[in-house]
Design a protein around this ligand. Structure first.
Ligand code: SF4
Length: 274
């Protein structure tokens, strides 16, 4: 059985950067994050052992050294944290998307953000905007009304295809439209590599946290293209029966999946006999 890993898979620039910032800071004692630093439980556990601790309640961050994760944090939550020190590991692409949102919101009479309103990145953007903003997960969620001047942008980890569909529908309902594609380069490359690979294999294994937005987009991409695909976080989730009669297996991985996990899974699949 041949196992092929997508050309662009695993850690992106922003995740590598956030991990380095956190581990460097943890050399002088424990550092804390509100929620996970990155959306990958095996990696979060590994970092916990090195002094990067994730907590779920901001009250536990009082007088602690706090790292802001790669996809940011809501400024409203940030205000409540009485930390000893705040270390910002927000990805520059997330900050850029936030700036574009503020500009578009001031320029247009309706801003449409294609994304998940509960995702930390969007929670980090919304408090900076006036009320003329809607967050939609797909084109069907666009309101059935006309806009004079509509601006459209995306969460950095959005699917290129869904973004395209929203832009096309918004164009039909707007007299004037301004589109800023804020999907980051890493997300775009992972989606393109996945699309290319899935055409040449029998099955796709998508590796990444079940809570990782960009990993979930990769799984959706496989399924939309009618490819049998499974999302797993670690090698323990692999099932031998998936590979019956398979000759070629494709592997792709979200931007917060470490290379050691990709290797572990690749090695385990290779050991599975048909
Ligand atoms: S997926 Fe993109 S925006 Fe998110 S951390 Fe990685 S490089 Fe930055």
């Amino acid at each position: 059985m041949k196992v092929i890993v997508a050309k662009n898979a695993g850690f992106c620039f922003g995740v590598k950067r956030a991990i380095k910032i956190a581990l460097d800071a943890a050399k002088d004692g424990e550092v804390y994050t509100l929620g996970a630093l990155i959306h990958n439980p095996p990696m979060v556990e590994k970092m916990r052992k090195k002094g990067v601790i994730a907590v779920n309640n901001f009250k536990l961050l009082k007088n602690k050294k706090v790292i802001i994760p790669s996809h940011g944090i809501s400024p409203l939550v940030l205000k409540k944290i009485k930390a000893e020190e705040i270390i910002d590991a927000t990805c520059p692409f997330v900050k850029k998307a936030r700036k574009e949102a503020i500009k578009l919101n001031a320029l247009c009479d309706q801003l449409v953000i294609v994304g998940d309103k509960k995702h930390p990145e969007i929670c980090g953007i919304l408090p900076f905007l006036n009320s003329n903003v809607i967050v939609v997960e797909n084109a069907a969620e666009l309101p059935k009304k006309s806009f004079d001047y509509c601006g459209v942008m995306a969460q950095t980890t959005m699917s290129k295809e869904i973004f395209r569909q929203v832009v096309s529908k918004a164009a039909k309902h707007s007299k004037k439209l301004k589109v800023i594609n804020t999907i980051c380069d890493a997300t775009r490359k992972r989606q393109s590599s996945t699309l290319k690979l899935l055409k040449n294999v029998d099955i796709m294994i998508v590796i990444g946290g079940h809570n990782s937005a960009n990993t979930c987009r990769l799984l959706e991409l496989c399924i939309k293209n009618k490819k049998c695909a499974y999302q797993i976080e670690d090698e323990k989730e692999l099932k031998e029966q998936w590979f019956k009669e398979c000759e070629k297996v494709g592997i792709t991985a979200g931007a917060s999946t470490p290379s050691w996990m990709i290797k572990k899974i690749k090695d385990k699949i290779r050991k599975i006999k048909n």
